[in-house]
Design a protein around this ligand. Sequence first.
Ligand code: KG4
Ligand code: ZN
Length: 350
Amino acid sequence: MDTKQFSKPVLGIETSCDETGVALLRWEPAAPGRGLLSHTLYSQIKLHADYGGVVPELASRDHVRKLLPLVREALAEAGLTPQDLGGVAYTAGPGLVGALLVGASAARAMAWALGIPAIGVHHMEGHLLAPLLEEDPPEPPFVALLVSGGHSMLVEVKGIGRYRILGDTLDDAAGEAFDKTAKMMGLPYPGGPALAELAQQGRAGAFRFSRPMTDRPGLDFSFSGLKTQVLLAWQQSDHTDQTRADIARGFEEAIVDTLAIKCRRALHATGAKRLVIAGGVGANKRLREDLAEAGSKEGFRVYFPRLAFCTDNGAMIALAGAIRLASGQHQDETVQVFPRWDLESLPAVV
Ligand code: KG4
Ligand code: ZN
């Protein structure tokens, strides 16, 4: 990891989907979490709940409304003024194009007005580096399981910006499978946390669903068949509250088991002894507990960000941006976003 100093605080802006996240972070190579000066978040969940999913145009408009007040709030909380900033980092992709453009335009305008560098951050790199915000952060090399609403990936991390995708989803991402399954069973948006909560009342073994693609070699995921199995079970059930909880439990166990099996395989294939779990589904209690237990039995160490930094947030973007700015990377003044963006194409930080 680079140890060059970038002593002034970096403003981090996240607007890729339905959360507006802002944070201020001073780059502290030995303990990045200690450099976090403030972080604020506004979640648009209520705005989209009536529609059962994110409405992109509404998301963009709400980012416009909330972003600058949040920047002011984050600065006030840290006791800073815009003139104290050393750089601006913003999510440049992947994500919803309109939502990304709100953050990118604001970030570029602020950087230009203040005469400081700005950098577009890959959202999944932000997730992947989020555990570095905690005490005793993981050192590369490690394997990262990135499980969010849009992605399910296993990544070999040889260094910052040195990523090799070991496995990817062939259809639905893990978070998407949680959300769609929850919706099917009449749970409110976003379904993941609601389904996980319901699963706590479910009985173990009442429903058992398959662990997709674990019966053959490889590290890719596929969750759409599992979703169909759950739909059939739900349609054929008596629709009582207990059955709904039992099905939720069976579904959660199937997803968590599948993810855990593939994580072990990825550790075995790479020889890594450290596993990072990140992204919204990383907030799932069963996933965290099962993997931590497997790690202590099998001799690998598991690193998670705190719950607030599993789901989308500005701190992870400030961190990823600060690391890259500190190593001398930044981009020209064009406002450019990448709704699709290959993680492997990022430049290494040397
Ligand atoms: O990383 P994230 O905040 O946004 C994206 O980049 O997609 O992830 C959101 C996803 C949603 O699908 C949400 O349902 C899921 O993470 N999620 C959970 C939990 N908390 C959030 N899934 C399962 N269990 C949870 N506790
Ligand atoms: Zn995310």
